[in-house]
Design a protein around this ligand. Sequence first.
Ligand code: SF4
Ligand code: SF4
Length: 230
Amino acid sequence: MIITKNKDINAIIKSLEGRKKIYLFGCKSCAEQCHTGGEAELKEMSASLEERGFTVTGHSLVPETCYRQYALKEYKNAACKTSDAVLVLACGAGVRTVADAADESQPVLPALDSIFLATVERQGRFFEGCSLCAECVLADTGSICPHTDCPKGLLNGPCGGVADGMCEVNVENECAWVRIYERLKKQDRLHLMKKTAPPKDHSLSVKPRRVLLRNPVGAVPASKKKGSRP
Ligand code: SF4
Ligand code: SF4
């Protein structure tokens, strides 16, 4: 799940400078769960913009704003197309998806800042779960991520600052490498601590990254498409 937070309203107003009629997009997935882009937040944003003299022409709350099919469908809405700008209450991928669906002459602007990819401990408690490094090392680290849980991203054991098992950077957290050691010990896999992790292959994370599946889930096989030959 992608965690987002609200941008400062003054920054949003500044980005809308010179525009009067604003259409809003929310996201019924991650942003709704973060209380940053659900129905309640769309209403709050509408009220806030109207108070400041803008006209909110309408809003769409789509299942996942980062899906182009939803963005394209909603963008056909006349009120959306004819507004001076679109303000998106979703993660950066959502903003970009709406922008790609929109007419290029229409500004599509972010209302949120995207922060991290989370594991959800329970409703409303989110922790950074993965830094998307493209080369997962969890098999050797007891499924504790040294990229994510160690602020220095150390791959070969702890730094010299660990004190009484605690991290010298985030002093309220246990050192990731102490946790890795303890977990591997319980699993009787401490030999993995002797392995030297090779330098990270950053060529794997050259951006923008892209995945093109040959048989995506939900796609209709060509043989079953209407009119296709068996
Ligand atoms: S090693 Fe950490 S950052 Fe890399 S893919 Fe695995 S969980 Fe994500
Ligand atoms: S104390 Fe541990 S978790 Fe903190 S920076 Fe050093 S190695 Fe990383």
